[in-house]
Design a protein around this ligand. Sequence first.
Ligand code: 5RP
Length: 217
Amino acid sequence: MDALALKKLVAQAALQYVQPNTILGVGTGSTVDCFIDALGQAGIPLKGAVSSSVRSEKKLRDIGVPIVDMNDVDRLSVYVDGADEIDPANCLTKGGGGALTREKIVADISDKFVCIADESKLVPHLGKFPLPVEVLPMARNEIARKLTALGGSVKLREGFVTDNGNQILDVSGLVITDPVALEQTINQWPGVLTNGLFALRRADVVLVATADGIKTR
Ligand code: 5RP
């Protein structure tokens, strides 16, 4: 099965977590694009969606799902999103698509975070995928110095501006033995919006598409 077929498979599987007539949290990425397509085809009625990106908002509107401002909701029952890496404890690296800050905010108000991915995203330890860090432009070089001091090799994501008007530093070469501690360390530096480690608020359910079907954990 090719990568797109696996994404479609896991997108379809995630529909079972969608509660009709509620407001759904929806993430960002090519797997989520497949999920939004599946949602549209399934025709499950929704009150609306809180989305983590302009890209997903557009797709959701295209299938007739109203976009809800997060300030108008207290909690969400379910949030569906992809990941770039998933470790055995369901800690994630996210932000390959640059939507990490809004993703972390929406995940935070959600009772159930359903992560959808193909099996290529499963890793024994986080760290092979470069860790995205969203920074205020004025703090970019100072944050890069701090990340380098942690042992990372830092690259500015050229020509990319986040939906929040900020920049992304992609950090490779970090040895991530304690994802919770590293998430906290980087997030407390002034100028960091957030980093792509989702360890404090990790996935509750991970649906993984494999050649043998869907595995849930
Ligand atoms: C976007 C993300 C995505 O969930 C992550 O990059 C996975 O994307 P894809 O489904 O395209 O592999 O974190 O910021």
